[in-house]
Design a binder for this molecule. Sequence first.
Ligand code: AMP
Ligand code: ZN
Length: 484
Amino acid sequence: MEIRLYNTLSRTIEQFEPVEAGCVRMYSCGPTVYNHVHIGNLRAFLCADILQRVLRIVGGYQVRWVMNITDIDDKTIRDSQPGSAAWKADVMGAQTADPHENLRRLTRYYEQVFLHDIAAIGIRREDLFAMPRATEYIPAMMELIERIWRNGYAYVAGGSVYFDLSAWIREHPYGLLFAVDLEHFVSGARIDADQYEREEVSDFVLWKARKEGEPWWDLVLGDQVLPGRPGWHIECSAMGHELLGLPFDIHTGGVDLRFPHHEDEIAQSAAGYGCSTARFWVHNEFLEVEGQKMSKSLGNFYTLADLLERGLDPLDVRYAMLGAHYQSVYNFTFDGVAAARRARRRVQEYIYQLQEQSGRRSCDVEKLRQQVFAELADNLHTPKALAALFTFIGEHPAVELEPSAQRALLEFFEQLNSIVGVWEIAPRPLVVVPERVRQLAQERWEARLQRDFARADQLRQQIAQEGFAVRDRSDGYDLVPVEE
Ligand code: AMP
Ligand code: ZN
């Protein structure tokens, strides 16, 4: 099926077509591994995951998906310094005298935590073609900086290298993804920070001069040797080029990355490689918590570990996030996750029932597939796709369907689940009912036969306390486990 995607470059929904027929090359800005990622970050990675799955399953493409690990930038360096609160001596050991080693210990630890987090929310490592660490691509970054410099779009000042934006904007567009504020642009003004505001547009840093106590590498530019380390933006430019080649098909990230990160990435790659970066730029909106921006000061800042501690199932969180379109703000609430849990279970129950009892009704599974996939193909409309599924389920009780329809539906669920990723396409697991519960149920059955309904109710409650519900049939009863 043809895929349509909103492209931030054109600010319209476009029909997607890869540069190379049949194969999509996609780059996602990955985590900065200086601490636990938060659930907003997880939303960004999940949106990219859904996109690559839809491209494969609905679009029929092969996908080469790269997500980088930012293991060197202002924040990772800051938090690998002595006295940092993010440093965990029990797992990282004591701080050493070598800043490279400290950075490595901090970032490798949080990288592991990150890998666990994404696995928990159902992002599969095997779907990723590569997860490059920035520190392992420093030579590629140096080469790109040298190219930009040779092409006349970079200069050295105070031991750092800056992108010469005045030279660039004389001949090229800037602000392709985001309305930057060039009105306040002062030629020659420089910014060293990785992050800055649109009013602060200026020459941005490609290479930062070495500071005492920070990791560094020697960049050679002509006859100059410049000890220092890469700026954040150059990292993605170099890694995308190395691993995917330019231009690749899709670049993803949250809306905050449009500027300066992606805007600068486009300028750098064009200035150095003489090539555009990506054909499609796909940006997810932010996640908020209970209607407010997530922030530590508001006490509504959550990592996945925080949610696990509160007993949430990470796959319910995944499913809840799919309930919002990726271009809308997703309002995370605990009620929302609880509702998602119920909805997810309802589908799971339907999948079990398809395998347990049949009827005589037929149904049009192909029509359902077309409806659900059409919503996904239309700029990843996950909420509409799930709504179509629920309408179908509501209108077609599983046990009424004839066996061949049930088999076709199970196949469809298997395919859909390779995108949604929260169900088990298997028979209901066998549950061992403890002897005590069995006895209580038997006593209840007998009480009912003797029409002692008060006693029967009391026994039902006792059974519930043991974690089971009794479902009466005309000729007996079933015991089913109740969760929560
Ligand atoms: P960072 O590690 O800060 O570069 O962020 C990793 C990814 O998370 C980027 O794609 C960001 O745009 C994205 N991101 C950051 N905060 C949020 C948020 N609150 N909601 C959704 N995405 C976010
Ligand atoms: Zn990036």
